[in-house]
Design a protein around this ligand. Structure first.
Ligand SMILES: *Cc1c(COP(=O)(O)O)cnc(C)c1O
Length: 369
C-alpha cells in the first residue's frame, strides 16, 4: 500500500529548528523578548494591532480571558456543546456555569435562536466557537448580544485568519483566544494568544499569566503561571511568516475536495456562509449516521487515509460537564456528532493525495450503497 495520509500533520522546518537553537544558545529561555516580539507580530498579522497576550495554551488563554473579563461564580456563559471540551471547561473553571445550546445545521456554529432562548438574568456573555475555521454567524449573534447587553468571548482556537465580511475573527469580542497547539493552523509547540478589546482586559490577562505580578514580587492578585517560553515563541514567530501560505493551500485543498466529491450521494461537503472566509482547520463532511463509523475505519484500513470525528460526544453528555445540563437534548448537536467526518485538508498534502482521498471516499461510500 502507498503511504498513509494522516488526518493532521504539523509542518516544522529548518527555520523553526534554527530559531529554537538561537534561543537555547542565548541562555535566556523563559518568557522574554521572543514572547514580546511574537505578541507584536501576531497582533499586526491577525488582530489589526489589537493587543494580544501570549500564554502557555489556548485553554489557559480562554480561562484567563474569562477571569480578566470578570466572569465568575453566579454568572452564566452561553457556549455550544458541539466543540472541544476546553470551551465549556474554561467557563466552569471560573466558577461560572456553562449553558450549552444547540448549533445550526449548516456551519456547525451556535444557533442564534437557541442562544436567544437560553438567556436568563444571570447570563453574562456568549462564547461562540469558529468551529473548523468557519466564523460563527457574527451579525446575528452580535445583534442578540447588543440587544441584551451581553459580552462576546470568541473561541478562535481553530480560526487563525478567518473573517466575516472583512472583519477578522479575534477582533469581534471582549477577548478572543487562539490556540497554537501542533494540529492547529499554526503552532508554537503548545501555546495560546488572547486578543483583548481594551487595556484593562489585557492588563488583567498579563497579571493572571504571571502570579498576579506586574512588578517583580509585588503580587497584586492571585494568579497562575501561564507564561509562554521564548523557545515556544521563537517557533511561533517563524510559523507566523508561513501561515498565510498554508491557509491558501488549505483553501485550495478544500476546493479540490469539493470538486472531487461533488454529486457523490451520501456525502454532504462543507458549506460556507455568504461573507465568510473559511480557513479549513478541518474539512468536515456529513455522512449517513449509520455509515459514518464504517467509512471512518475503511478509509484507514483499506485505503490508508486518516480521518477524524470532531467531536463524537457532545460536551453536555461528557461525564465531566453533564452536571451542568442534566437531561438536556440538543438535536442538531447530537445529529452532527453522529454524522461528521473530517478528511485531510492540511497543507502538507500533495496533489496526488487529494485524488487518493477522493477515490477512497468514493469507493468506501459506494461499497455501502
Ligand atoms: C484546541 C482548542 C481549544 C484549546 O486549545 P489548546 O491550545 O489545546 O489548549 C479550545 N477550543 C477549541 C475549539 C479548540 O479546538
Amino acid at each position: 500500500m502507498t503511504d498513509f495520509i494522516p488526518a493532521a500533520k504539523p509542518i516544522v522546518g529548518d527555520e523553526e529548528r534554527e530559531a529554537v537553537d538561537r534561543v537555547l544558545r542565548s541562555g535566556m529561555i523563559a518568557q522574554g523578548p521572543e514572547v514580546a516580539a511574537f505578541e507584536q507580530e501576531f497582533s499586526a498579522h491577525f488582530t489589526g494591532g489589537r493587543e494580544v497576550v501570549a500564554v502557555n495554551s489556548g485553554t489557559s488563554g480562554q480561562h484567563l480571558g474569562l477571569l480578566a473579563a470578570g466572569v465568575g461564580p453566579g454568572d452564566e456563559v452561553i457556549v455550544p456543546s458541539f466543540t472541544f471540551a476546553a470551551t465549556g471547561n474554561s467557563v466552569a473553571l471560573t466558577g461560572a456555569t456553562p449553558v450549552f445550546v444547540d448549533i445550526e445545521p449548516d456551519y456547525f456554529t451556535l444557533d442564534p435562536e437557541a442562544v436567544r432562548a437560553a438567556i436568563t438574568p444571570r447570563t453574562r456573555g456568549i462564547m461562540p466557537v469558529h468551529l473548523y475555521g468557519h466564523p460563527f454567524l457574527v451579525d446575528q449573534i452580535e445583534a442578540i448580544a447588543q440587544q441584551h447587553g451581553l459580552a462576546i468571548y470568541e473561541d478562535a482556537a481553530q480560526a487563525h485568519g478567518a473573517s466575516w465580511n472583512g472583519r477578522q475573527v479575534g477582533t469581534l469580542g471582549d477577548f478572543a483566544m487562539f490556540s497554537l497547539y501542533p494540529t492547529k493552523n499554526m503552532t508554537s509547540g503548545e501555546g495560546g494568544m488572547v486578543s483583548c478589546a481594551n487595556g484593562d482586559i489585557a492588563r488583567n490577562v498579563r497579571l493572571l499569566r504571571n502570579q498576579g505580578m506586574e512588578k517583580q514580587y509585588e503580587n497584586e492578585v492571585i494568579g497562575f503561571n501561564a507564561r509562554m517560553t521564548d523557545i515556544h515563541a521563537a517557533i511561533g514567530r517563524v510559523q507566523l511568516t508561513k501561515v498565510d501560505g498554508w491557509t491558501a493551500q488549505r483553501q485550495r485543498n478544500a476546493a479540490a475536495l469539493n470538486e472531487g466529491l461533488a454529486g457523490l450521494s451520501g456525502v454532504q461537503t462543507p458549506k460556507v456562509a455568504e461573507g465568510a472566509v473559511h480557513v479549513y482547520h478541518q474539512y468536515t463532511v456529513r455522512l449517513d449516521a449509520a455509515e459514518r463509523d464504517r467509512i471512518h475505519v475503511a478509509l484507514k484500513e483499506e485505503h490508508g487515509v486518516g480521518s477524524g470525528v470532531y467531536y463524537p460526544i457532545p460536551n453536555h453528555r461528557l461525564p465531566s460537564l453533564t452536571k451542568f445540563a442534566p437531561g438536556l437534548e440538543l438535536p442538531e448537536t447530537e445529529r452532527a456528532a453522529r454524522e461528521v467526518l473530517s478528511l485531510p485538508v492540511h497543507p502538507s498534502l500533495a496533489e496526488g493525495d487529494i485524488e487518493r482521498i477522493v477515490a477512497a471516499v468514493t469507493a468506501v461510500v459506494n461499497a455501502g450503497a
